[in-house]
Design a protein around this ligand. Structure first.
Ligand code: PA5
Length: 465
């Protein structure tokens, strides 16, 4: 049940040396890659890169499963509040593994677990709308924030606590709230400890975008009925595969090397990921953040200005064939395309013959929707390759907890590894932190404070129509 990584169509053998990568180009990086591998392994040993250890936290997983069982018995709705890395992994898991309409399923058709909603933005209409759908008395709210201080998630906390207090009174709200936050400091940690509210810990050294296999992604998943043990087994299996320092046998390292070479040597600074599965589209969203925040950096580890990182773009096959594909095939040759596909879907739908006297439907009949999907993906792969557009394929034998665990873990290793190829820190996000500070200073009670002179909001009238 292993996922496969096929990078044939990225190679010069297939698309020419101008746009493709040669074996020599890859091999020229072998020494550098071995040094990075050794470095990553010793940082891991010293406990400096914590996401590596997440699949092995048996006690935490047991605690999550026990608590999820309690939630399943007590509540009908589980509402997750968080943003960025605190939300995208959980959303990807729900979309990837649950029935596409599971929130509408009747209990006898498998809809017995709590309905999980994610609010990962601060749109007032979305927030107001949720109250028309849920019943506060049978709702539990999971506030997720590593720092515990993020403005958006704190705002959500204020809104939902107010509603809960109004509906249930002060003393009953405790069991309706669960925090996922760091072990010490931060607003959420203080409130959880002070009020004796349930909380899960995001381990030190695990940033939001690397936290999908921590309680951040695991708790909402377990509540909705996803088998989190199998998910972690998948991650462990990928961990074993990627122990291999040989880049030719390590899919995470090879994918990192190729993207790095395309960006730095072939002028392809856009990384497109197309999912040929609705269920995997959430992973594309999650990956986009992982890539953008981890690799988009101004400074190298030596303090030089480098401005690294490909721009990640997401697409859905085949929907976006009718939107983006023309550009990918004939527009600027500045993209590397990763296709995600599934060999065996859960369902097989036949197209039965009707209206045979019209040529259109008749060529489809006798085939399945699965075959059409597959054929369109293969045709796209061939067309991209013919037009010297580098593309690779990551195929999942089927979508389940195990294969998604492999996929998440592979992309995390790839991203950490690629960060060191660029010689930048893949685990920080100083740009985002600066924006957070600006927003804080704009809103806090005593005015915009010491950042005032830095925030230039005046505009010229002549550029406003
Ligand atoms: O990946 C990251 O580190 C960020 O996207 C954070 O997850 C995001 O900014 C939210 O931060 P926090 O979890 O502290 O609320």
């Amino acid at each position: 049940m292993e996922i496969k990584y096929d990078f044939n169509n990225m190679m010069a053998d297939f698309i020419g040396i101008e746009n493709g990568i040669s074996e020599e180009e890859i091999n020229s990086l072998i020494k550098k890659c071995e040094r990075i591998d050794t470095n990553l392994k010793s940082m891991r040993m010293r406990g400096e890169i914590k996401f590596f250890e997440l699949p092995y936290q048996e006690d935490v997983v047991k605690d999550i499963n026990d608590y999820a069982d309690y939630i399943k018995n007590e509540f009908e709705y589980f509402i997750v509040l968080g943003i960025g890395g605190s939300a995208l992994g959980g959303i990807a898991l729900q979309r990837g593994l649950n029935h596409p309409y599971y929130k509408l399923l009747s209990k006898d058709k498998g809809g017995k677990n709590p309905k999980v909603f994610f609010l990962d933005n601060i749109d007032p209409d979305t927030h107001s709308g949720i109250f028309d759908v849920i019943d506060l008395k049978s709702s539990c709210f999971n506030f997720i924030s590593k720092s515990g201080n993020t403005a958006e998630t704190n705002a959500q906390f204020l809104i939902f606590i107010e509603r809960l207090k109004k509906a249930l009174g002060n003393k009953d709200i405790k069991k309706h709230v669960v925090f996922t936050t760091k072990e010490q400091n931060g607003n959420f940690r203080k409130i959880a400890d002070e009020e004796g509210m349930k909380s899960f810990i995001i381990p030190k050294g695990v940033g939001g975008r690397f936290s999908v296999l921590s309680p951040v992604g695991l708790l909402p998943s377990a509540v909705s009925g996803i088998n989190i043990n199998k998910l972690l087994e998948g991650a462990i299996s990928m961990d074993k595969t990627c122990e291999n320092f040989n880049i030719w046998e390590n899919p995470a390292y090879m994918n990192g090397v190729l993207h790095y070479l395309f960006d730095t040597k072939k002028g392809k600074n856009i990384s497109v990921m197309i999912s040929y599965s609705d269920a995997l589209f959430g992973i594309v969203d999650w990956y986009r953040q992982l890539l953008a925040e981890s690799l988009g950096k101004k400074y190298s580890l030596n303090g030089e200005i480098v401005h690294t990182g490909q721009t990640p773009v997401k697409a859905l096959g085949v929907t976006d064939h009718h939107s983006q594909l023309q550009l990918y095939i004939e527009g600027p040759n500045d993209k590397v395309i990763t296709m995600l596909c599934v060999e065996k879907f859960k369902s097989e739908i036949e197209m039965v013959s009707h209206y045979n006297w019209i040529e259109g439907p008749s060529y489809l009949s006798g085939h399945s929707l699965n075959e059409l999907f597959h054929a369109e993906r293969i045709a796209t792969e061939a067309t991209l390759t013919k037009n010297a557009r580098p593309n690779c394929l990551i195929s999942l034998p089927e979508i389940n907890e195990f294969t998604l665990g492999q996929l998440f873990y592979m992309f995390e290793i790839q991203t950490a590894f690629t960060g060191y190829l660029y010689n930048i820190n893949p685990f920080d996000q100083p740009g985002v932190e600066e924006g957070k500070k600006f927003a804080y200073n704009l809103l806090r009670k005593n005015g915009i404070g010491n950042k005032k002179e830095e925030i230039e909001t005046r505009k010229k009238k002549k550029y406003i129509i």
